[in-house]
Design a protein around this ligand. Structure first.
Ligand code: ADP
Ligand code: MG
Ligand code: MG
Length: 214
């Protein structure tokens, strides 16, 4: 199986559905250690991504070239321009970088593994967070690694493994003390809470796995 434009669009739509369904939960997580807007930030951003998909964004002027890369890059630009919080530019840069790494009409598991790595690199270049800093990187990094490790087994297996790793990485943020983002202002009081961005990253990888199920 290859990642084609239909699966890429299904991924973005599933991500939008998930962050919308989980808006209250994501906001509750951010209320505990941030400013309580993560759910509404992502719902607003992904609602705009859906509107872009419906309007044919990510295609050429004829609306025909909706390759995986162009769809992801368009979604990334939309997140950057519609989400005011830290997560918009971070997720937006990630999707833009992944999109740039996927120039073909379809992408195999190895190519998507490389693109996910580019996405993680973009998050880290922009935000400066490393694994263990209690951010979305704690879900992205194990997810990208698990995807790369299982890419040889195909897209469905790799995205399933990535989703499981993202979920586990997100849960592992609970005991950590935040060293980046708003939660770091709390110092040791940030421990004992799930990082909102790591939780939403797990939703994005679960959405990818849904879109790539055999
Ligand atoms: P804001 O903090 O601006 O209100 P959000 O609430 O939408 O933005 O997003 C907060 C999430 O963004 C955090 O839970 C964390 O996962 C992620 N985040 C914040 N700063 C960074 C950073 N420097 N690097 C990586 N992720 C970060
Ligand atoms: Mg916030
Ligand atoms: Mg905010």
């Amino acid at each position: 199986m290859e990642l084609d434009s239909a699966r890429t669009e299904a991924w973005l739509r599933a991500a939008a559905a998930a962050v919308t369904a989980q808006e209250a939960e994501l906001t509750a997580l951010d209320t505990a250690i941030g400013d309580g807007d993560h759910g509404s930030n992502l719902r607003r951003g992904f609602t705009a991504v859906l509107a872009g998909l419906d309007a044919g964004e990510g295609g050429n002027t004829a609306g025909t070239d909706r390759s995986p890369g162009s769809l992801l890059a368009a979604a990334g630009r939309t997140l950057i321009s519609t989400v005011g919080g830290a997560s918009g530019p971070l997720y937006g840069s990630a999707l833009r970088a992944a999109g740039r790494a996927l120039p073909g009409a379809t992408a195999g598991p190895g190519e998507l593994a490389a693109a996910l790595d580019e996405a993680l690199g973009a998050v880290q270049a922009l935000g400066g967070a490393r694994p263990g800093d209690k951010t979305m990187v704690d879900a992205w990094a194990p997810a990208a690694a698990a995807f790369a490790e299982t890419a040889g087994q195909g897209l469905a297996a790799a995205s399933g493994a990535a989703a499981a790793a993202a979920e586990q990485g997100a849960r592992a943020t609970v005991p950590l003390v935040a060293r980046k983002g708003r939660a770091s202002y709390l110092g040791p009081r940030s421990a004992g809470h799930l990082d909102p961005g790591a939780a939403s990253t797990a939703l994005l990888f679960t959405a990818l796995a849904e879109a790539c199920r055999e």
